[in-house]
Write a protein that binds this ligand. Sequence first.
Ligand code: GDP
Length: 460
Amino acid sequence: MPDTDTRDSEQGLRTPIVAVLGHVDHGKTSLLDKIRGSTVIEGEAGAITQHIGATAIPLDVVSKVAGSLIDPSDFDLPGLLFIDTPGHHSFTTLRSRGGALADIAILVVDVNDGFQPQTLEAISILKQSQTPFVVAANKIDTIPGWKPNEDAPVQQTKEAQSDRANSKLDEELYEIIGELSDEGFSADMYWRVQDFRGNIGVVPVSAETGEGIPDLLTVLMGLAQRYMKEDMAIDVTGPGAGTVLEVKEEKGFGTTLDVVLYDGTIREDETIVVGGLDEPIVTDVRAILKPRPLAEIRTEDRFEKVEEIAAASGVKIAAPDLGKAMAGAPVRVVRDRDIEEVIAEVRAELSEIEVQTQEQGVVVKADTLGSLEAIANAMDEAEIPIMRAEVGDVAPRDISVASTANEDKHKTILAFNVDVLADAERKVEETDVKVFESGVIYRLIEEYEEYVEELERAQQ
Ligand code: GDP
């Protein structure tokens, strides 16, 4: 049986893809959990479809959670597909066909903490990719004097707002609005959102109590409906196109790809082209895997095989020769097209993400192509030259490359969200190469700059 989870054959519109981003500890994970939790409560069993790396919430469930705020007949979208971000926001930098993989985003900001370096990083990524977003001003339950209100959505009307007046919350919200305006946005405390460059909706929420989540979902649906990209209309039965979220070893399947499929379908046994470290990889799909429903999971059998899956979905693809596949790279189903054309398409998409390198500079390693691009942009701003930039763990070869640099300050590796392999670590000890590791771009750059200052002081 074909899998038709999120397919809307009548409209041919795919489920909008939503990314959640923001500073560490501001509540991204909690908010996603709460959104999932409230929809599980509201939805009938099985209404929420578990995906690989993503969660799909169908329109009827979104509208149940949003209550009176949403009239499902106003929307022709099938629902929302949330990318499950594992702790950091680099996944929001993932691309599809030259644009952002995410159609819309939630920027989570702790109301007490305001904008922090990763909030600014996130905003610069959103600006660059022109992704419409809503600000979730989170943790309102921690505001002194805040009274939870189970009956009314937080910001449904101005009247409701004045009923719930809380000067401390207002103060914090205005601060966020001020910070958005410093970034060139004008923001609105009400949930009506007019234009992603003009008015940004700031929705007060609590990932702890669930307050404001109906409002947040309403704004998201509004944004999705308003800013549906042209490619939201999908060729429901066409050859699949997707982006690799992660390259993972899976017991019994070898190297597999976790993929967000944003267009068309993918079937078992089909030939696919995947962006690889050196060259595009051409291989045949051995299995398409979905996670089994939670109740059915046995440790050795977490996946269900399906013959076909349609966009937008998060799936796992098992196929031979995926060792050099890159997270963030495109995946294309060949089907009845010319294979050389598809390879050229994948190459073209990869070349857009390629980082400018120079003769002399540091080595950068990152977990995905998207994060590599984000780091490269930040390094460009900080005027730090890059000699080599690649996706993947720090390997002995990287140490060799870094050690060839002319200047000490360039005998350096900046490792973003990747491991340093054991034999690379041994090699570091034998050389004068320095490795900086972090999951936060600005921290990597800060540490590097401090190191360079230290070197310069030592040389004086
Ligand atoms: P992430 O790093 O952005 O994914 O943040 P987490 O979701 O891990 O949250 C960081 C911490 O803040 C955790 O201890 C959460 O329990 C807490 N937290 C998140 N959202 C809220 C909220 O709305 N209210 C309160 N009181 N705590 C929250």
